[in-house]
Design a protein around this ligand. Structure first.
Ligand code: LUZ
Ligand code: MOS
Length: 768
């Protein structure tokens, strides 16, 4: 089955927030954001803006009837600034005008009286001043302090990664209007309809039952709308509620770029100990997460960094500590991978540094330390579904590794202005929300009397194809054509208390709920058929819309059966609840069983560097991925390709820059470059690993949302290897993205200090 949305998208017929026909009298909103990153908000001068053409009202914190608070994990984030401002672009006032242009023009006339306070942008500076969002956390396994004595080699260094702009094509926005009885309905471009509902209710001082949130689809989310769609939904709802008018708020791209949080930059210290035969024996790592000015989802992101600190390797002695550091940047937030990529970049950097200093290919170290069944993750979960070695070996068989490396070496021997590098990037990603309670979902299924089926779930369609998957699950379970099934908009009045569409878990959680509901309906209809046709219930089934008794066509089909069930007053509606089994986590011990299962895969990445210019091409990515039993291979392949390219962009060209005043410098698409179709490697092989899948995965098709992003990390190491093929003494800092400027400096700039020679027993080898 093709993606349900494909035709609508290419014809431009698919409806997004901005396509909703507005009601008569709709007002348009624009946000005034703080011009300074930190300060005391002494006052606002709104007089000129109030007089501007078309302006109807300007709302500030004083106009909030309920609580001025939208913090999810920690209540530390006002909807509209009050008393203080904490980041540039922090919403301070909302202008309502007759047209969008008028609202935006009036925003420019607002002035704020702000007494500046010191601005922190560096997470290590924040940590030194004890500016932490939550207390630090440490995951431990074995006894690293004792293990160092046994290590033949000890490597130390630092690694840094930049942030990443989500750049969903559809910017943030909402359309809200008052409903009968003092409520409000909010159409929101959100991954988390319940989050918008909950915080809107809080801000308006209403029960959640008076706030309805509706989502048809998003033009992309990538985590940027997991928590941060709430601001805009709540602002539109606030205005609609106060003015009793429909209100539309859609962020212009420039506002979206500077007002919203992004992937977290991290700065990290590592220490890695290896045995003489390259086994990883001990790993200590300290992560400094740049959380921005409020908690948002940072504590959860931090947690996932710890969960993925060892990527797909077994290390018997681990101590991983993470600090969530408060800075004066927009609150950073969920972004595909959710802290996992940041954790994995550090251990891959440590392995690369070890390989360079020991004079072995990094893949020798990687290969020898892949996870195996029976081992244990530092967080206590046993490894029992492991495809790490299978995916690595399959990649070697299909693509070669040593042979490919020899080709690269031969190319480098012959070419002097271009050099190639090859890197292997194996991944392991845990599937589930790390917050156990969030791993639940519900589905509401109606069969109409004509045999058509309408389904509501908590899943939000954001281009990932989840609606197509839900239809497949329903059609298969009911034994009917997919054409009969429709997925409704995601709406908080039909399916309540939903988890956001996130954590790669949306199809699993909501799909399992759909499956449960459809199974119950099928069983009910079969019982009815048994009664009507005087047949044994056992052995009755429905396939291709035909009822079969002991494998033979019975005297009824789907349409007749549904109709007759209705006339016999059999319920044609079911509401099912699913909760992932056997999940738990004890935060006091930092141990448990947080994940339903893990996804594995292995990518090989080749880059060619132009050594005169510092520019590079990513020539080929060939990967083997563990899809389990994919039932939508086209969609799943698309997720792998898209995730990979997003990861490649993060590692190479997407350079997010703030100045010391906390102002976003890369604040337009002219200064922030994301991969386009020309950035996609000309060779991009995605091989499906043959595995049985996992019973916790929907129809045994494993989650595909986030894992592929981490294949992109291979680009950093491939480019680095190419640089070192030209200049073996070069030791580019482990600082992503590795932009052409950084490559040029590494090729021709001053050399960083050389570390002492490795290999002496228990010698500590320090980079930089
Ligand atoms: N969101 C969340 C996520 O709230 N918890 C998670 O564990 C998670 N993981 C990935 C992406 N979003
Ligand atoms: Mo996400 S980072 O799964 O919203």
């Amino acid at each position: 089955m093709h993606n349900l949305d494909a035709a609508g998208h290419v014809r431009g017929e698919s409806q997004y927030l901005d396509d909703i026909p507005t009601q008569r009298g709709t007002l348009h909103a624009a946000v005034y954001g703080s011009p300074l990153a930190h300060g005391v908000l002494d006052g606002l001068n709104l007089a000129a803006a109030r007089r501007a053409p078309g302006v109807v009202r300007i709302l500030t914190a004083e106009d909030i009837p309920g609580e001025n608070q939208i913090g999810g994990i920690v209540p530390d984030e006002p909807l509209l600034a009050e008393g203080h401002v904490h980041f540039q672009g922090q919403p301070v006032a909302l202008v309502l005008a007759e047209t969008e242009a008028q609202a935006r023009a009036a925003v420019k006339l607002i002035e704020a009286d702000i007494t500046p306070l010191p601005v922190i942008t560096d997470p290590r500076v924040a940590a030194a001043q004890n500016e932490l969002i939550v207390p630090p956390r440490t995951f431990r396994l074995g006894d690293p302090a004792a293990a160092w004595a046994e290590c033949a080699h000890i490597i130390e260094g630092t690694a840094e990664n930049g942030g990443q702009e989500h750049l969903y094509i559809e910017t943030q926005g909402a359309y809200a209007y008052p409903t009968d009885g003092g409520g409000v309905r909010v159409h929101s471009s959100t991954q988390g309809p319940t989050a918008v509902q909950r915080h809107t209710a809080r801000v308006l001082g209403l029960g959640m039952h008076k706030v309805e949130v509706d989502v048809v689809r998003l033009g992309g989310g990538f985590g940027g709308k997991e928590d941060q769609a709430t601001t805009w939904g709540a602002l539109a709802a606030l205005a609609a509620h106060v003015l009793r008018k429909p209100v539309k708020l859609v962020l212009p791209r420039h506002d979206d770029l500077r007002m919203t949080g992004k992937r977290h930059p991290y700065s990290s210290d590592f220490r890695l100990g290896l045995s003489a035969d390259l086994k990883l024996l001990a790993y200590e790592v300290t992560f400094y997460q740049n959380a921005g000015a409020a908690a948002d989802l940072s504590p959860a992101v931090l947690e996932r960094t710890l969960f993925h600190a060892c990527n797909t390797y077994f290390v018997p002695n681990v101590r991983a500590t993470a600090y969530s550091c408060r800075t004066n940047l927009p609150p950073n937030t969920a972004f595909r991978g959710f802290g996992g990529p940041q954790g994995m970049f550090v251990i891959e950097s440590a392995i690369a540094q070890a390989a360079e200093q020991l004079g072995v290919p990094a893949y020798e170290i990687q290969r020898r330390n892949l996870l195996q069944d029976g081992q244990v993750f530092p967080y206590g979960q046993r490894v029992d579904d492991c495809n790490a070695t299978q995916s690595w070996q399959t990649a070697e068989e299909k693509f070669g590794l040593e042979g490919w490396q020899r080709e690269v070496d031969a190319f480098n021997a012959e070419n002097h202005t271009r050099k190639r590098g090859l890197a292997v990037m194996p991944i392991c990603f845990g599937i589930s929300f790390t917050k156990t309670a969030m791993n639940q979902a519900r589905a509401l299924v109606h069969i109409y009397t004509d045999g058509s089926v309408g389904i509501s779930t908590g899943a939000v369609e954001m281009g990932q194809g989840v609606n197509t998957k839900m239809i497949q699950v329903a059609a298969r379970t009911l034994g009917i054509s997919a054409k009969r099934v429709r997925i409704e908009a995601t709406n908080t009045t039909r399916v309540a208390n939903t988890s956001p569409s996130a954590a790669s878990a949306t199809a699993d959680l909501n799909g399992k709920a759909v499956e449960l509901a459809c199974r119950e309906l099928r069983a009910r209809l079969m019982r009815h058929a048994a009664d009507e046709l005087k047949l044994e219930y056992e052995g009755l089934e429905i396939r291709d819309e035909q009822v079969l008794a002991a494998g033979k066509p019975a005297e009824t089909d789907w349409e007749k059966l549904v109709s007759s069930a209705y006339w016999k007053r059999v319920s044609l509606t079911e509401n099912a609840h699913y909760a992932t089994p056997d999940l738990w986590f004890d935060q006091t011990q930092e141990k448990g069983h947080p994940f339903a299962y893990h996804v594995y895969g292995t990518a090989l990445v080749q880059a060619t560097v132009d050594v005169l210019r510092g520019t590079y091409d990513l020539d080929a990515v060939r990967l083997v991925h563990d899809f389990g039993q994919s039932f939508t291979p086209g969609i799943d392949r698309g997720q792998i390709e898209g995730g990979l390219v997003q990861g490649l962009g993060w590692m190479t060209m997407e350079e997010l820059l703030y100045n010391e005043d906390g102002r976003l410098l890369s604040n337009a698409l002219s200064t922030y470059k994301v991969p386009d179709i020309y950035s996609v490697p000309p060779v991009l092989d995605v091989e499906f690993l043959e595995t049985p899948g996992h019973p916790n995965a929907i129809l045994r098709a494993k989650a595909v949302g986030e894992p592929p992003l981490m294949y992109g990390l291979g680009a950093y190491f491939a480019i680095r290897n190419a640089v070192r093929a030209f200049r073996p003494a070069a030791r580019p800092a482990f600082s992503a993205p590795i932009t052409p400027e950084k490559v040029l400096l590494a090729l021709h700039g001053p050399l960083l200090p050389q570390p002492p020679a490795p290999a002496a027993a228990a010698a500590t080898v320090t980079a930089q």
